[in-house]
Ligand binder design. Structure first.
Ligand SMILES: [Zn+2]
Ligand SMILES: [Zn+2]
Length: 335
């Protein structure tokens, strides 16, 4: 029996009568993490991992009917035993483990296998069937080490500050921005943030994640010399907006897994690209899938066909799941 099937509303568990990350409003939803394509408004009930509560409420509203479970804590619903396990993607992100009549399925949500210090590291969970994302499911996607990426960001910022230029770094406001704050050398200069970034910083700080002090970019006067030493973190949607004018002469950069491709860098029209992703790269996906011991793999998001074909060649029963998840690594969802 299939513990999860694809329905028009989202991924559905027939014996449990609930949905995982539904893209249309449903009565009972289980949410893997608070990115806009996985956590949507309008569901009757929400169930999520406890460390994600602050983010979910800040994005979906304080009035949602939300129940939370600690990682590893079990809940029984209609004979289905449910638990959340760290996915290493963003604060509060979880894989969902479902057990019913001896059959175990794990739905990964989005995941990253490298620990980054801003959320609980990915934990492989043994299962019969693994539902895996594949946002970067092509052999060309291999991330540089995090140390290398952060050294690159620091060097770019330092060189701009020495030249008296502001450094504007575009990054997704939830997850990526906090990872950058956590990983950079905050002694280089002041750090300013866009209004979309700071509320999420506050949730991370409240969750015990160390982030250096930040100030609202909007509070700094246009001609303040501080701007010329500053790193400014802004969501991609701020690019090309009038908000940017206050920075005068600046260098800009974009932090995203897609920056690995020269074509994407050119299309974005930024000075620099840093290939920092919150998703597993190709070796990471294959490692995670192997760790589950699953003989069946359902693939969602991204480069589904290439990964499915590769897994079949490895002797696994691999299939594609049609979903409406996007690549929030590159796209800013509407608030
Ligand atoms: Zn995500
Ligand atoms: Zn996703």
């Amino acid at each position: 029996m299939d513990l999860v099937v694809a329905r028009p509303e989202g991924l559905y568990c027939p014996p449990g009568d609930f949905y995982i990350d539904p893209w249309r409003p449903v009565e009972r939803s289980i949410i893997t993490h608070a990115h806009g394509d996985h956590a949507r408004r309008g569901n009757g009930h929400y169930l999520a991992a406890a460390p994600g509560e602050g983010i979910l409420r800040s994005r979906l509203g304080d009035d949602i009917r939300l129940q939370t479970l600690a990682y590893g804590e079990r809940l029984e619903h209609h004979g289905v035993t449910l638990s959340f396990h760290p996915a290493g993607h963003v604060l509060g992100s979880a894989q969902v483990r479902l057990e019913y009549q001896g059959e175990v399925w794990v739905a990964s949500g989005d995941y990253k296998v490298e620990p980054d210090g801003t959320c609980a590291p990915f934990e492989p969970v043994r299962c019969h069937t693994f539902i895996s994302e594949s946002t970067f499911g092509l052999p060309i996607y291999r991330w540089p080490s995090q140390a290398e990426i952060f050294a690159g960001i620091d060097a770019w910022w330092r060189a701009n500050a020495a030249a008296g230029k502001a450094s504007v770094l575009f990054a997704y406001a939830f997850g990526k921005a906090q990872r950058i704050l956590h990983g950079i050398d905050a002694s280089i200069g002041p750090i300013l943030v866009h209004g979309a970034v700071e509320p999420l910083n506050e949730v991370y700080r409240a969750g015990g994640v160390h982030l250096p002090p930040t100030r609202y970019a909007g509070d700094i006067a246009r001609n303040d010399p501080l701007l010329r030493q500053a790193l400014i973190l802004a969501p991609p949607s701020a690019g090309g907006s009038t908000w940017m004018r206050r920075f005068g002469d600046y260098s800009d950069a974009f932090a995203s897994g897609w920056m690995l491709l020269r074509g994407t860098r050119r299309r974005r029209g930024v000075d620099r690209g840093f290939a920092l992703s919150d998703h597993a790269d190709w070796p990471g996906l294959l490692w995670a899938i192997e760790q589950t011991g699953a003989e069946r793999v359902m693939v969602t998001h991204g480069q589904v066909n290439v990964l499915v074909r590769h897994l079949r060649e490895q002797g696994l029963d691999a299939r594609a799941f049609q979903t409406e998840y996007g690549d929030e690594d590159d796209v800013e969802p509407s608030p």
